[in-house]
Design a protein around this ligand. Structure first.
Ligand SMILES: C[S+](C)CC[C@H](N)C(=O)O
Ligand SMILES: N[C@@H](CCS)C(=O)O
Ligand SMILES: [Zn+2]
Length: 330
């Protein structure tokens, strides 16, 4: 176990980046791929419903992304929360066990996949890392507010920390390689995540990703300069970036982040479709197809991103193209 920046295990990501030649591949849309296999997730728990109803589909999707070349797979816990599970009549013990299960399923898939490829001479995979997904408070609200950042005046820093604390503790205990805070829409929640990591002395390295709807700021309208200031001070956060924002915003956001932080930059945009949080469906908009993802993944890498993948509405075929271009010998 290494100690880096004061964090035990802080070098797992750096080890992976080195093995991957400087830029690693993150998986793609997880809920999207569950739905393509027939999972019905139009539900307040969204993809986390599969932890209860279809855990075998979770394994299947993880294996598909590993086969596609993902170096990091993100767990099924995005919308898995203790209050969400309790409101479905589950006990605290059951809720905790489902969160633990999200990490176990991913680790089992990784181990199974790695055992099947590591000895093959043509193997060009790396042993993948497991990033435990921690969706924003807005994801839990299930009203689209991960894209507005508008939590209202009653949602304070303490309330956000209380919301995140117990799930974080359970996920840390489950032993993932990384923690992935996803679709954070405002500065207050970024601050809550950073303070919580410190208070809980979490020694698993984290990334914190924001969504963006205007291509320049966090969804709340707060500048990334403001949002990153608090994150930059944390030694427990190893990477920052963007997830589930339209891909045509990403290049300029990488350039902006390069000026605002010394941390590794992670980007995994959605396809460009727009989420209607009330109707709970994706609306067509300017999109990137897989070919365009391949083209732009190289541009994102050249602009300085260290972790690149896809989010909603991207699939294993998207990740296969991203992996192909990033693992190409230059
Ligand atoms: C990233 S969005 C598509 C996730 C789903 C949303 N939190 C909901 O529950 O409707
Ligand atoms: N890890 C989640 C993020 C949703 S925005 C997923 O891919 O479904
Ligand atoms: Zn997404």
């Amino acid at each position: 176990m290494g100690i880096q920046n004061g964090i035990a295990n802080g070098n797992v990501l750096e080890d992976l980046l080195e093995k991957a030649g400087g830029c690693a591949v993150v998986d793609g849309g997880f809920a999207t791929q569950l739905e393509r296999h027939g999972a019905l997730i139009n539900d307040p728990l969204w993809s986390a419903l599969c932890l209860i109803k279809d855990p075998h589909l979770i394994t299947k999707v993880h294996l598909e992304y590993l086969e596609a070349g993902a170096d990091v797979i993100v767990t099924s816990s995005y919308q898995a929360t203790i209050p969400g599970f309790l409101s479905r009549g589950l006990s605290m013990e059951e809720a905790e066990s489902l969160l633990t299960k999200s990490v176990q399923i991913a680790a089992e898939a990784r181990d199974k996949f790695w055992a099947s490829v590591k000895w093959k001479p043509e193997n060009n995979h790396n042993r993948a890392l497991i990033a435990a997904s921690i969706g924003s408070y807005g994801a839990y609200l299930a009203d689209g507010s991960e894209y507005s950042g508008n939590y209202g005046p009653t949602v304070t820093l303490e309330k956000l920390k209380d919301f995140h604390r117990h799930r974080l503790q359970v996920l840390v205990q489950a032993g993932p390689d990384l923690l992935a805070f996803e679709t954070i829409p405002n500065k207050l929640e970024a601050q809550a995540c950073v303070e919580l990591l410190e208070e809980e002395k979490v020694d698993i390295p984290s990334w914190i990703c924001f969504s963006s709807v205007d291509g320049a700021n966090a969804p709340s309208g707060e500048s990334f300069e403001d949002c990153l200031r608090v994150i930059n001070k944390s030694t427990r956060v190893c990477a920052v970036g963007i997830n589930c924002a339209p891909p045509h915003f990403v290049l300029s956001l990488i350039q902006k982040f390069k000026e605002l932080t010394g941390k590794a930059i992670v980007v995994y945009p959605n396809s460009g479709e727009i989420w209607d949080g009330i109707a709970k469906r994706w609306l067509p908009s300017k999109c990137f197809d897989d070919e365009k993802f391949e083209l732009f993944a190289a541009k994102w890498r050249d602009a300085g991103a260290k972790l690149i993948g896809g989010c909603c509405r991207t699939t294993p075929s998207t990740v296969r193209r991203v992996s192909r271009v990033l693992k190409e010998k230059k």
